[in-house]
Design a protein around this ligand. Structure first.
Ligand SMILES: Nc1ncnc2c1ncn2[C@@H]1O[C@H](COP(=O)(O)OP(=O)(O)OP(=O)(O)O)[C@@H](O)[C@H]1O
Length: 275
């Protein structure tokens, strides 16, 4: 047993995942520090979601390891997985299918709290806090998901992920279904929440501009492998890898995203987030 102290929240080492005979991940290694955002970028089919699913325990691991705070989590049983869900949460791409349409927003947010044993009055208080954190009006609790726009629904999904104070959120294309100005506002919200709570994000997107706006570090995937990783600025402005360069050329930087990017840079300069 290694006794080396770890400062990483997440350490993925030489991970392989198969779907039948098809190898979707071919020895992937990444790390994530507490409070950090690792952007995972790459074309469709490169294996980004599979890596996110493996971290969440939703994809069966063939070999390699996933350590969370030094503890192996890639082969947990159901009880172990349930316990871990208090620390690792997820926000999916589609705000129209990821929320239970039959439940009020308040009930959606209360559910993870009740599962964790928070009592009724405390849970209701926490719901108001969460709505405030994601900048939704307090009367949102009594309404149904269908009464909200795509961007607002994604705020609800983010609030649900935050409910039990996780240390890590896997964000799988969380802004891809939104229009550009809504994307920028939701990215701003992710950044703001991270500053306030210190939560870390594994942030998956096919869009390099989005990943650049939110990430401290970026890993580029192609064909089930990481082809390049490093500080966000370095990977996105001076990529070493040919594939990354091509991806960069295909990614115009729209204005709203550039704004979020500048905001991130300002915050980094002010020492509020790791550079
Ligand atoms: N359940 C599955 N069964 C079989 N093959 C799968 C399954 N899920 C994904 N794949 C395949 O594994 C590869 C990686 O898929 P993955 O979803 O991880 O890629 P991705 O980079 O997230 O792309 P996308 O953005 O299109 O989801 C793809 O070739 C995909 O077709």
């Amino acid at each position: 047993m290694s006794t080396i102290a770890t400062t990483n929240l997440l350490e993925v080492d030489e991970l392989t995942v198969h779907y039948g005979k098809f190898q979707a991940l071919k020895g992937v290694s990444v790390t994530l520090a507490p409070g950090e955002t690792l952007g995972l970028v790459g074309e469709s089919g490169s294996g980004k979601s599979t890596l996110g699913r493996a971290v969440l325990g939703l994809a069966e691991v063939s070999s390699g390891s996933i350590r969370y705070l030094g503890r192996e989590i890639s082969r947990l049983d159901r009880a172990g997985r349930r316990a871990l869900s208090r620390e690792i949460q997820v926000v999916f791409q589609d705000p129209y299918t990821s929320l239970n349409a039959m439940l009020s927003v308040g009930d959606i947010l209360v559910e993870p709290l009740l599962v964790q044993g928070t009592n009724g009055a405390k849970a209701r208080e926490r719901v108001q806090e969460l709505l405030d954190q994601v900048r939704l009006p307090s009367d949102a609790a009594t309404r149904l998901p269908r009464e909200f726009s795509g961007g607002q629904r994604q705020r609800i999904a983010i609030a649900r992920a935050l409910a039990i104070n996780p240390q890590l959120i896997v964000c799988d294309e969380p802004v891809s279904a939104l229009d550009l100005s809504t994307q920028a506002r939701v990215i701003d919200l992710f950044i703001e929440i991270q500053e306030r709570t210190g939560v870390a994000y594994l942030f998956i997107s096919h869009d390099l501009a989005v990943v650049r706006a939110i990430s401290h570090r970026v890993a580029v995937m192609s064909g089930g492998k990481i082809v390049e990783q490093g500080p966000a600025d370095q990977v996105t402005s001076a990529p070493k890898d040919d594939y990354t360069r091509r991806l960069l050329m295909a990614a115009p930087v729209p204005d709203p995203i550039a704004q979020a990017e500048r905001r991130r840079a300002r915050l980094a300069q002010a020492g509020k987030v790791p550079a």
